[in-house]
Design a protein around this ligand. Sequence first.
Ligand SMILES: Nc1ncnc2c1ncn2[C@@H]1O[C@H](COP(=O)(O)OP(=O)(O)OP(=O)(O)O)[C@@H](O)[C@H]1O
Length: 312
Amino acid sequence: MAYKNQYAILTKGLTKQYGQALAVNGLDLSIEPGRFYGLLGPNGAGKSTTIHMLTTMTSASSGEAWISGREVKRYPVQTRAAVGLVFQDSALDRMMTVDENLQFAAALYNLNKQQAEQRISELLSVFGLEKKRHQKLVALSGGQRRAVDIARGVLHKPQVLFLDEPTIGLDLPNRRAIWRFIEQLRKDEGMTVFLTTHYLEEAEACDHVDFIQKGQLQKGGAPKKLIKNLAAYMLEIDCADTEMVSQQMRPQFGEPLWEDQHLTYRIQDKETDFYRLQKTLGNAVNAMQWRKPNLNDVYLWTVCPPDYGVVT
Ligand SMILES: Nc1ncnc2c1ncn2[C@@H]1O[C@H](COP(=O)(O)OP(=O)(O)OP(=O)(O)O)[C@@H](O)[C@H]1O
């Protein structure tokens, strides 16, 4: 059907059940080509399972999925050709050189010698790894190895690139470098990118993020908009008697997120006089600070809002 071609990723009621456990429950997604999409959620929420179903690594228990207009279940070979995958665990052989690893992957993707040569050179140049081409993976830094992993994932110029925690374990400069490469690939090749990450500041660059918890999707939106809608300020209070302070705060500021002796409030009123509030609370508080909200706050208030239960 024509409208399915409009989307790089489309799912309807996509569900995965492992025994009694619902890993992914009735997922409806519609992601347009060229978008940078983030799926965020705690450990065990169903993020990897979603990627596995969309890339033919596991079959769905029910529901349907289309990649670039083709039904995943009916066209597994074409689906695999249309997607690139970069997982937390490297798909590379550390005892082989960069070139050997990429040539091996190119053969799996059925690239001929000339295509492989051209694509490998092109990608190593984007990643600044030309000089490492004939070095073994073990001799590369963690960031360089991850860059080779990404090069491997996009060798065949996929339409959709799935990145499952692509920067996990990397330090900040390496994480930034990886994101520069991914941005470059998006710009040059117009790929749709589907990201899962625990580093939420990285997801602020997404066009759209959704949240998933216990297999259930909670619709999100554009990160900037979500942040703006969350609050004008976040107010954090450290205090010994949280019951007493929260009781005092409740009429004006509602319920906080509660973590041991740390309370976090959403403040909607831009004109709030925090210095006056500090005076009113007096000795009841040990420390108090207010700041602009970020995506991490949106995530916490979506996944663990105060009426949901205690933040763990
Ligand atoms: N092969 C499997 N057999 C049984 N249960 C599984 C299997 N794979 C995943 N699960 C369960 O499905 C649920 C979702 O797991 P999944 O790996 O998709 O979560 P995740 O959001 O990717 O977590 P993380 O952030 O830790 O990678 C979890 O409860 C997990 O234990």
